[in-house]
Design a protein around this ligand. Sequence first.
Ligand SMILES: NC(=O)C1=CN([C@@H]2O[C@H](COP(=O)(O)OP(=O)(O)OC[C@H]3O[C@@H](n4cnc5c(N)ncnc54)[C@H](O)[C@@H]3O)[C@@H](O)[C@H]2O)C=CC1
Ligand SMILES: C[N+](C)(C)CC(=O)CC(=O)[O-]
Length: 490
Amino acid sequence: MALNRAACIGGGVIGAGWIARLLLAGVDVDVFDPAPDAQRIVAEVLANAQRAAGKLLDAPLPAPGQLRFADTLEQAVAGAELIQESVPERLDLKRAVLQAIDAHAAPDAIIGSSTSGLLPSDLQQGMRHPERLVVAHPYNPVYLLPLVEIVGGHQTSTQTIRRASSLYTALGMKPVTINREIEAFVGDRLLEALWREALWLVKDDIASVTEIDDVIRYSFGLRWAQMGLFQTYRIAGGEAGMRHFLGQFGPALKWPWTKLMDVPEMDEALIDKIAAQSDEQAGGRSIRDLERIRDDNLVAIIRALAQQQGGAGWGAGAALRDQEQMLRDAAADATAAPLQLTSGSVPAEWIDYNGHMTEHRYLQVFGETSDALLTHLGLDADYFASGRSFYTVETHIMHLGEAHEGDGYETRTRILSADDKRLHVFHQISNPATGSVLASAEQMLLHVDTTAQKATPVDADLGNRIAALAREHAVLPGAAAVGRYVGQRP
Ligand SMILES: NC(=O)C1=CN([C@@H]2O[C@H](COP(=O)(O)OP(=O)(O)OC[C@H]3O[C@@H](n4cnc5c(N)ncnc54)[C@H](O)[C@@H]3O)[C@@H](O)[C@H]2O)C=CC1
Ligand SMILES: C[N+](C)(C)CC(=O)CC(=O)[O-]
């Protein structure tokens, strides 16, 4: 089920992650978030997400969706097929926001709440169309971790559950539908149990936050990255498997090991202790630094899991393989109306000793066509004078035919992909009289600060213009195959 337009209400840690995943899947996104720094946060998370996607995926991304920040919730939700609510975890606030969404969303729009643990039946209260509300609980970072817990409330229709699962799958996610609503669903109940115990261990000075994190990441955290709890314990039972494991370790559950039933008083002293140890653990790294380290690690783990089972992948690796295949199928189906930017006829001075158009003239035509593309995007002398431009950093030319003096030629251009700094384009030169393709060029253009002489992101306005153009003149059939010639993955 293809998704064209979504709305995100709340653009914080999770909302920005949703926005990034949607945009990278080619979905247009309207955002409403009253926070003055919402656009900055979304831009920073989006930059991380584009960076991670470029490392993660061995398949062409579609042209990115268009990002718009709406002045009101009503404007954001109008026309959206999916509305993802990610406002703070307060039942009163979520109910008010969900009722506002419900009042202004299209009748067939799905409303997903990112809540970590509030019951959908409670969230549905007061909605005119509660049947379309579903909990769609993601895990941070939303643009990398595929799981989304789908939980219906008493009034949620089965059609909504089915459509929601299909929509999130189309975003490259792994929906898991929870059979019956319960506070904190599945993942967060398990995480809360671990979190409570860890808090006691810090409070009672049994171990520091670093020591606890090291115990997790040097042992069962690695196991859990590829097998869950039960599969891991089945193996721990040895040849006799789970029955043996339960027999041997079952009684331990009755031992007074745990303080799980109690929660330490989260007083100032405990908060100060945890915060101080966490600051020391961070070692001066910013949250964005830590997010990039996390993303690189997750990409490495997911890609390693994707190599398993003869390349079919395991766990999150299999989910990545499914997403890559979906992207390839979409790319192969993409029909692109080419941009016709330049044309002309072959002058005598372009003919070489072989009696046909000489090779460097093809590069000249391709270069002129890229220039025409920048003009088409509205880049003019003022733009270049402002110290910004695009440099061509890579070209792959294929010579497929010959041109002779007086032959006409025309070019067709498509955009293979684009991000905040790169414009990956594909030009073809054809003879309009015969229709034969004479040459093709795949080029990577980089947006640069010509004063600082370094790559720099395009501004939101140009980014949206590029995204709109890419949607109209997107990946041509088989373009993914062309990408193999360019060093940089699109
Ligand atoms: N942070 C996490 O690890 C995860 C959080 N969640 C859930 O996602 C939801 C959002 O949590 P976070 O992103 O962490 O919070 P956050 O505080 O980072 O972001 C919340 C955003 O909502 C905005 N907001 C507040 N009132 C609003 C309104 N009336 N309309 C539109 N926007 C409004 C705020 O300006 C803020 O940008 C919560 O329900 C949380 O439980 C789910 C999974 C993981
Ligand atoms: C801490 N938390 C409850 C907000 C965590 C989640 O909801 C899921 C996650 O990303 O760990």
